[in-house]
Design a protein around this ligand. Structure first.
Ligand code: ASP
Length: 304
């Protein structure tokens, strides 16, 4: 099996802590308000087989802020609809001159397959229920800016953990740096096997237990598009797991409220919580551009 090209970012699980810190340090030097020419002449291909707002737009703005050109290929309206295989699409995009491919795909491992067959870096912008490394990096960046260290931080992750690639990448990242993670959700959306994702993970069945004393409360969307056959009562979910101001008050006074988006107000969190002073939701999006600038610079060998 061929190895992925240097600079690829396929997941957090196998990324060394030192590499993660390098990306976060590089991100601090990035500023989308001051356009740069670091990636002038480079072609960034955005290949999206699944819906995206934040990830897609911020990778595009990140690339353009560094002087690169971008082209967007969506599964609908492209030859993917005509049955072209993933690898043939990859060879085509390489053929038109792509220097890096940023891709989102409904199947776990799709970016890894692409990376093994192409001689350019591939960035995973979310693969099925597997990983979403750029989201974990921007969440880490957001936490570090506010809390200065991960060590000893108590992180509560509440919601649909089973379907969440964001949860998986965040768990891998935060546990590498000594954070204490508690997961909460109904058994259908949080199987006991989740405890094997990282050493020291704690699973609880009430939102209150997870949130009490937390430094960071990460809320996840119920991924209706992946529920296929699962019977989840949303009323029940709201009653037991919705993050309300009352539940948020159980966390530390200066706790951060995070959510990768899209948020569904009135379901996994209330309107007031989404807009409360502790909410990092908009800041996460803003930091996403900076962190993705760093990811692209690293991918194209400009991470000096
Ligand atoms: N935007 C995130 C993702 O693509 C989270 C979500 O969709 O709920 O995984």
């Amino acid at each position: 099996m061929m190895k992925a090209t240097r600079g690829s970012l396929l997941g957090i699980e196998h990324l060394e802590a030192g590499e993660i810190l390098k990306i976060l340090t590089l991100a601090r030097r990035m500023n989308p308000q001051k356009p740069q020419t670091l990636l002038r002449g480079k072609k960034v291909l955005l290949l999206f087989y699944e819906a995206s707002t934040r990830t897609r737009s911020s990778f595009e703005i990140a690339a353009k802020s560094l002087g690169a050109m971008t082209t967007l290929v969506l599964s609908s309206g492209s030859s993917i609809e005509k049955g072209e295989s993933l690898l043939d699409t990859g060879y085509t995009l390489r053929g038109v001159g792509a220097d890096v491919i940023v891709m989102r795909h409904p199947h776990a491992g799709a970016p890894h397959l692409m990376a093994q067959h192409l001689d350019i870096p591939v960035i995973n912008a979310g693969d099925g229920m597997h990983e979403h490394p750029s989201q974990a990096l921007l969440d880490a960046y957001t936490i570090l800016r506010r809390k200065k260290t991960f060590k000893g931080l108590q992180i509560a992750i509440v919601g649909d953990i089973y379907h969440s690639r964001v949860a998986r990448s965040n768990i891998h990242l935060l546990s590498k740096f000594g954070a204490k993670i508690t997961l909460a959700g109904p058994p259908e959306l949080l199987p006991e096997t989740a405890a094997t994702l990282a050493p020291g993970l704690h699973i609880v069945r009430t939102a209150e237990e997870a949130v009490r004393g937390a430094d960071v409360v990460m809320v996840l969307r119920v991924q209706k598009e992946r529920l296929a056959g699962m019977k989840i009562s949303l009323q029940d979910y709201i009653a037991r797991y919705q993050i309300t101001l009352q539940r948020l008050k159980l966390a530390k006074k200066d706790a951060l409220l995070m959510h990768p988006g899209p948020i569904i107000r009135g379901l996994e969190l209330t309107w007031e919580v989404a807009d409360c002073p502790q909410s990092m939701i908009v800041e996460e999006v803003r930091n996403g551009v900076i962190v993705r600038m760093a990811i692209l610079a690293r991918a194209l060998g400009k991470a000096k």
